[in-house]
Design a protein around this ligand. Structure first.
Ligand code: HEM
Length: 127
C-alpha cells in the first residue's frame, strides 16, 4: 500500500531506503562510503539520516529542525561529482520514492530533488 500522506515516519523510511540503495551502487556508493562509512547503523550515518529526514521534513512539512545549508558540504568533494553521478542519485531516489509514496506525492519529491540537483550541478559547474 503506497502512502498518500507525508509524515516524519515515512520520510525517515524514504531516507533509509534511499541510502540502502546508494551503498550498493557502484557509481555513487563509494563517495558516501569514503565520507560516512559503509554501515548505516554507525553514528555518522545515523546523524546523516536524521539530518536528511529533517531536511525533507522542512521542505515537505514546513518543519524547522533543519537549519543547515544543503549545498556547502558538496563543495568539499566536488571533484568526485559529475552530471552522471547526479543522474544516478536521482534514479535511486526516484526508485525509492516509488516504493513508499503514491505517484502524486512521489512526483512532487522528484520534481523538488531535480530542481535542487540542477542547482547543485550549475553552482558546482559540473559536466
Ligand atoms: C551524486 C550526488 C550526491 C552525492 C554524492 C552527495 C553526497 C553527500 C554526502 C557524502 C553528504 C555528507 C557530507 C558530510 O557530512 O560531510 C551530503 C550531504 C547532504 N546532501 Fe548530498 N549528495 C548528492 C546529491 C544531493 C542532492 C541532489 C541533494 C538534495 C536533493 C542532497 C542533499 C544533501 C543534504 C541536505 C546534505 C546535508 C547537508 C548539511 O546540512 O550538512 N545531496 N551529500
Amino acid at each position: 500500500m503506497l502512502d498518500k500522506e507525508v509524515t516524519k515516519k515515512n520520510l525517515n523510511k524514504l531516507v533509509l531506503g534511499f541510502y540502502t540503495r546508494v551503498l550498493k551502487d557502484d557509481l555513487i556508493g563509494p563517495i558516501f562510503i569514503d565520507i560516512l562509512g559503509k554501515d548505516l547503523k554507525e553514528q555518522k550515518w545515523k546523524a546523516h539520516i536524521e539530518l536528511l529526514t529533517n531536511f525533507w521534513a522542512s521542505l515537505a512539512l514546513g518543519e524547522k529542525e533543519y537549519k543547515s545549508s544543503p549545498f556547502a558540504p558538496h563543495i568539499e568533494f566536488k571533484e568526485r561529482l559529475s552530471v552522471k553521478a547526479f543522474e544516478q542519485w536521482l534514479k535511486l531516489f526516484n526508485e525509492t520514492l516509488n516504493t513508499i509514496f503514491h505517484p502524486q506525492i512521489a512526483d512532487q519529491f522528484l520534481a523538488k530533488s531535480k530542481t535542487i540537483a540542477g542547482n547543485f550541478i550549475r553552482n558546482l559547474q559540473l559536466t
